[in-house]
Structures are given as structure tokens and as C-alpha cells.
Design a protein around this ligand. Structure first.
Ligand code: CP
Length: 435
């Protein structure tokens, strides 16, 4: 087994067995210290190769686990042994429109593909598995992360990208329908990523084509790839901290009415067991009732609050969101009040050393917005750039799965020929390195 395969194999095994590092080392009968050395980057002086006997034993345990029934089934699920693209298909097509297409099992399969993509995302390996394929990025609403990271993910797998931004330079301004636009572009490219200001509009694009369509955000509706990368980030952070998602305390704070990322994320988190959600929103911007009902039906505890100082106590995850003023109907809120701002003082006063602070970004840095403060930038608990970094392997995994090449990626990799800095950002934590 190659070194990077060893890390992927072990991380996937822990995830599938739903065990922390401590519990996993107990379960397979090895010392925690030994397991830690097998999980280190191969460039570390303390890295060790795992003995064959251990990998055989872990494989035997996993074979036993796979005969158990999946924990949760999505309404869209095909046979549990079907290829992942069939399991998560939407109306029989390889398209990603909603997080409802996932069960816990299929989500964790996608995370396994994401782990395989990490050496490419971390600029150690290159792959040309999508060579010749063309992506159209159709963004009818502002975006930095989603548009660039979908494009970069496609390019890092060897594909090419065509972009269009806004309505101004699209023939939709001449009255062209979504159906015609989608069908025409489908004759030019192999996949579409679409962001649109109206909820349901991306579904309309998807109905007009058989090629993969990915929802890059539809108004206040959903943003599935953001939720998937958020959950992947939570899993990685918890793995580092020795925690499990089952039983975690998740705080979501901010504009929970119009924030599509929280709508998608809370539904994905609800696939896990026994979570406690504390939802903190200014009056008038609370989480929609239909989502609350669904979460409560899943047996999770849901508390609502308007006080950050109270609600943040005991949080494993604090997930902040921007006020989505561009979606306001008749709301008069200009920005968060100062007592609503998540900053260093608030986190220090209410949270523990292993609380993780997240935000889908962009955060609104304008005066009076009182969005997530930049004074947390040096605090390793702030995971916002780990989230954005994880957007690349997650989106590569989505493309590879929808285009049916996920099983060929590992063998397509070769070493990079250039050098990258060890840390991408000046404030990155030690564990953020590209190793
Ligand atoms: N998180 C997110 O969707 O960011 P962008 O709007 O910049 O794509």
C-alpha cells in the first residue's frame, strides 16, 4: 500500500466504523501512538508504514460492517451496491441539485473519493482524468468561491472551463428561456454548474439536459456542494480532535431564513444521530419552520435563541452566516447589532479550546455589518479557510463521481513538477500545511 493510500484507507475505515482515533486504535488492538504515526504525512520524520497484518484485520472488520444495513436511506437512493453516481442520481440523471439525494452511507462514499483527491488538491500530484472534458460555469448571481473552485477543481482533473457571469452578457436578456439555454449549452460542454437567484431555477436547467448539472446555489433554496464541503470539514476537524459528529452540539448563528448554506447543511447533519442544534437568529430571520419540523422528526434536539452569549455555550461547532440582504422582501435589518457579532472576546468567553468556528463566506466586512470578526484570524479554532481549501477536493470528487471516473483517479496520478509554499496563508495553523 502506498503512503497516501495508507492515510486514506485508515481515515475512511474510522469514518465507516464511526470511531474516533482513540476508539479505533482500541478496536484494532494497536497503540494510539502507532496509529498516529501511520496517519502522519510521509514527509514527517515520525511517519511509519502500517504492517500488512493490520490492514488485513481492518479490511476484515470493514467487510463485516458492510453486511449491516445502511443507517439512513434517501428517497432518491438506488441499490446500496450501485455505483455512487446511481445512488445519488436525481430523476435518474447524474445531477446534484439537493442534499436530499444523499444518505449517510453515500455521503461517506463521496468523502472517500474526496480523500483520494487530497494529494491533487494539496499540489503533490496531478491527474488528467478529465482531459478533453469541458465544464460550463453559468453564474447568474455573484460568486467568488463557488465559481472559481468548481472551475479550479475541473482544471486540476485535466478538464477545461467556459464561464459566463450575470445576465447582462447572456441571451436571456433577449428573452431566451432556461430550457433553450440549457439545451444549447449542453451541446457544447460535458457538465454544467449553475447559480441562479431564483429558487428552483437550477432544477429547470437540469430538466432540459441529460448531462451532469450541479446546483451552485439557487436563491434561498439550496447550496449542496457548500454543505458537503462544510460537513467534510467538520469530519476532518473532529477526526483531529478525537470527536464524532453523532451527539455533537452544533450552533448556527445569523440569517437562518435566507442562508441557503445552513438550509442544506442542517439537513445533511440530520443524517447523523442525536445532535443538539442551537439556532440563533435575529427576530424575523429564523430558520424556516418546514426545516425545523424535519430536523425534530429525526430525533435531534433543536433550541432557538436570540442570544449569542447564551447559545454558544458548550458548542462543538459555531457556524456563522452573513445577512443575505440581497434576498430581503420587507425586512428592515441593516446589519447585525454589535451584541450579535462573533469575535475573539465572545468565543473566549463562551467556547472551549476545541470549539470550531465556521462560516461559508463571504463575510461582510463593511462598517455596521458586524459579521464574523477578523480578530479571530490568528485563532486556530477559526476553520473558514480550511473550509474553502476543502472546496477543491470535494468538488473534484463530485465531478469524478457524476462523470463516472472516481475509480480511475488514484491510478491516474503522477508527481507535480512545481513547488508550492508549505502553508498557503500567513495565518494558517501548523496542521494546515499542504503535506
Ligand atoms: N460560499 C459561497 O457560496 O461563496 P460565493 O458566493 O463566493 O460563491
Amino acid at each position: 500500500m502506498r503512503m497516501s493510500d495508507q492515510q486514506t484507507f485508515l481515515r475512511d475505515a474510522m469514518r465507516r466504523m464511526n470511531l474516533t482515533r482513540d476508539n479505533f486504535s482500541d478496536r484494532i488492538g494497536v497503540r494510539k501512538r502507532a496509529l498516529d504515526t501511520w496517519l502522519l504525512p510521509e514527509t514527517s520524520g515520525e511517519f511509519r508504514v502500517m504492517p500488512d497484518i493490520v490492514s488485513k484485520f481492518v479490511n476484515e472488520i470493514l467487510a463485516g460492517e458492510s453486511t449491516k444495513s445502511p443507517l439512513t436511506q434517501s428517497v432518491y437512493i438506488a441499490r446500496p451496491d450501485a455505483p455512487l453516481r446511481e445512488q445519488i442520481s436525481y430523476n435518474g440523471k447524474p445531477q446534484l441539485l439537493s442534499v436530499d439525494q444523499f444518505s449517510r452511507d453515500s455521503l461517506e462514499q463521496l468523502f472517500r473519493v474526496t480523500d483520494i483527491m487530497q494529494p491533487i488538491a494539496r499540489r503533490q500530484k496531478v491527474s488528467r482524468i478529465l482531459e478533453g472534458a469541458v465544464l460550463a460555469n453559468l453564474f447568474f448571481e455573484a460568486s467568488t468561491r463557488t465559481r472559481i473552485s468548481f472551475g479550479a477543481a475541473f482544471c486540476r482533473l485535466g478538464g477545461s472551463v467556459c464561464d459566463t457571469t450575470g445576465f447582462t452578457f447572456s441571451s436571456m436578456t433577449k428573452g431566451e428561456s432556461i430550457y433553450d439555454t440549457s439545451r444549447v449549452i449542453s451541446g457544447y460542454v460535458d457538465a454544467l454548474v449553475v447559480r441562479h437567484p431564483e429558487q428552483g431555477a437550477v432544477d429547470e436547467f437540469a430538466r432540459a439536459t441529460n448531462i451532469p448539472v450541479i446546483n451552485g446555489g439557487d436563491g434561498p433554496g439550496e447550496h449542496p456542494s457548500q454543505a458537503i464541503l462544510d460537513l467534510y470539514t467538520i469530519q476532518r476537524e473532529f477526526s483531529r480532535l478525537g470527536k464524532l459528529i453523532d451527539g455533537a452540539h452544533i450552533v448556527m448563528a445569523g440569517d437562518l431564513k435566507y442562508g441557503r448554506t445552513v438550509h442544506s447543511l442542517i439537513k445533511l447533519l440530520a443524517l447523523y444521530r442525536g445532535l443538539r442544534f442551537t439556532l440563533i437568529a435575529p427576530p424575523g430571520l429564523e430558520m424556516p419552520a418546514h426545516i425545523l419540523d424535519r430536523i425534530a422528526r429525526g430525533g435531534h434536539v433543536v433550541e432557538q435563541s436570540t442570544s449569542l452569549a447564551q447559545g454558544l455555550k458548550g458548542a462543538d461547532i459555531v457556524y456563522a452566516t452573513r445577512i443575505q440582504k440581497e434576498r430581503f422582501a420587507d425586512e428592515a435589518i441593516e446589519g447585525y447589532t454589535p451584541d450579535f457579532q462573533i469575535n475573539q472576546a465572545m468565543i473566549d468567553a463562551t467556547c472551549s479550546a476545541d470549539t470550531i468556528v465556521m462560516h461559508p463566506l463571504p463575510r461582510d466586512g463593511r462598517p455596521g455589518a458586524n459579521d464574523l470578526s477578523t480578530d479571530l484570524n490568528h485563532d486556530p479554532r477559526l476553520a473558514i479557510f480550511r473550509q474553502t481549501d476543502n472546496g477543491i477536493p470535494v468538488r473534484m470528487a463530485i465531478f469524478a463521481t457524476l462523470l463516472g471516473v472516481e475509480n480511475q483517479v488514484q491510478h491516474s496520478m503522477r508527481d507535480v513538477s512545481w513547488r508550492s509554499p508549505h502553508h498557503v496563508g500567513p495565518d494558517d495553523a501548523v496542521f494546515d500545511g499542504l503535506d
